[in-house]
Design a protein around this ligand. Sequence first.
Ligand code: PLP
Length: 396
Amino acid sequence: MALKINKNYKKIKKNYIFTEINQKKSNYLKNNKNAKIIDLGVGDVTRPLNKNLVEVMKKALDEQTHTKTFKGYPPEKGYEFLKNQIVKYYKKRNVILKNEDVFISNGACCDVTNILDLFENNIAVIANPTYPAYYDSNFLQGNKILLKNLNKKNNFIFSPKNLKKQSYIIYLCSPNNPTGAVLNKERLKQWVDFANETSSLIIFDCAYESFISDESLPHFIYEIEGAKTCAVEIASFSKMAGFTNLRCGWTVVPTQLNINGNNLNEMWTRRQCTKFNGVPYVVQKGAYFSLTKKGQIKCQKNIDYYKKNLKILTTCLTKLGIECFNSMHSPYVWFKCPHGMSSWQFFDLLLEKCQIVGIPGIGFGTAGEGYFRFSAFAKRKDVLVACERLKGIKKD
Ligand code: PLP
């Protein structure tokens, strides 16, 4: 008998959006060899790691050369020194966690998708547009997907108001990629109440929490009463500390989180022990440093740099008469394509006329059509040149 293949891989869009864009970019470069493209597309950090953090990691690596301090496999759930520091990080926002609630991961992307291992045949509620991994992983697993359209009218935020009262896996991302929208406490409370009432699970992706500037806005879902019984939180060192290459994040699965009598913390522990062999000691040492007082000051410097880029880009687009949304608490500016252009029309125009790459809103879902995303993870000089070049689109 032939092997049975997951047919959903055949049904899913062939390319991940970022792969498609990279292909377009390299095709353009083949025909325009001297073009100096400015990439404001893929949201990857550009600032180097700070030297102190690297020193800490070098020291940790050096420990591996001594019998006494050599380390083998890391603990599947992470080293206590890092979990302690994460617990302290939450305490600053009055959230009390236990070390057992925290799982160190090799990044948020893996965990927002891997968490589906604990479930089968469910309905996932996902925003449209969305960070593609939520949609794709649910699609590949064969889950039903209920898309909730975001638009200018709802401020790119959706609520549980019109949802049928049944159990769902609900994906919330705040600050949001790609729209930059942030859920305030009232909005989040509505979701927490709905999830507790319907035995739903919220998967709260806070990969960009360190970009929040307004201290009254929640960084973590556990700032909301009742969240520990209905939500898993997924966080990352990628954008906060520049770990997109090093790979480290954390996932909070509170010990009191039970879904229909099943303890998710126990299940996730079982899953991680079977399928995950932990994050390198050296990387966890670096992650630890980034959460210390000194480390946070260093990280904040880079975040401020990116946020200044964002401000420059947003001001430039606004001056060109382009409508921008929510560009305050994330590294992204989400905007309406000018002159009623479609997302891909604007992508092509930008590439041809300005040699700038961004992400077409439709790449994040059908409701993103007519919108566009720029990333502020770029060198300042590139952002300034991009702003000059963008003036070129006005003439059309
Ligand atoms: N979640 C969101 C919303 C993201 O935008 C990203 C990366 O861009 C991730 C998760 C992935 O983060 P990591 O690098 O930790 O895998």
